[in-house]
Design a protein around this ligand. Sequence first.
Ligand SMILES: [Fe+2]
Ligand SMILES: [Fe+2]
Length: 281
Amino acid sequence: MNIFDYAKHLFFSPDLESKLLCPSIVDDFSGEVISEDVADLYPARDESISFSDEQVKFPRKGALRQDEKKGLALHFFANHELLAIEMMAAAILFLKPSKNIEHKEIQKIRRGLLTTIRDEQKHFKLYQNRMQEFGCRFGDYPLNDFFWRQMQKVKSLDEYLSVMAITFEGANLDFAHYYREVFKEIGDSKTSSIMNVVYEDEITHVALGAHWLNKWREDESIWNYYLNSLPELLTPSRAKGIIYDEEARTRAGLDSDFIKTLKVYKDDFTVTQRKEWNASK
Ligand SMILES: [Fe+2]
Ligand SMILES: [Fe+2]
């Protein structure tokens, strides 16, 4: 299957099963991106998994001993995985690097994105299966579209990698680490080990972003290149979670200047407030 047909299948099919189609069937990486503005698009989703404006609070750490709250926490995580799959499909379909690069390089990026999609599908299924053991089905709670709304501001692959890999997946290093320990503390080793699978894979996803941004930045520091590639109103504050895992970022190939600068980075955090996470702090 051609990679564009595959990405279209993920993005434009409304049902969950289609979005979980394994990318191993892709054997043709050629093709030109579709010139359409991501700002005008929304991933197709049927009634059972449709987006909602209704706000649900992420459960507090202390409440996570209850199965119902565990299910709710995993429901949040699973939604992030599904959004990641749709955002990656959109990146394949609609985005080019801001610089002219060889077609061979584009094909390499596409392979990297497919490997990442495969991991996100795996994460989704791990969360979904565990959630079911807590009596929760995907779609039982409202599904927010925050990540997609950020994706709509993205105009190039540089911006995509800055937003997705370095910012959202970067923050997820911290969250996956934190919740791995939380579940371990409360004696839920099964959920803790799922968080560890996500954590380890996420390092490779951040590494994909770090690899290409490092290639494209030339003499600029990766921090500046990253900062200049972030769309308006999205700040590096979103690239950090409840804790700050420096080791994971080093393993992902981010340099020590970047890691130190991000660590001390502060802004008023108004637009990037994480309502769903605040309760757990
Ligand atoms: Fe994931
Ligand atoms: Fe990821």
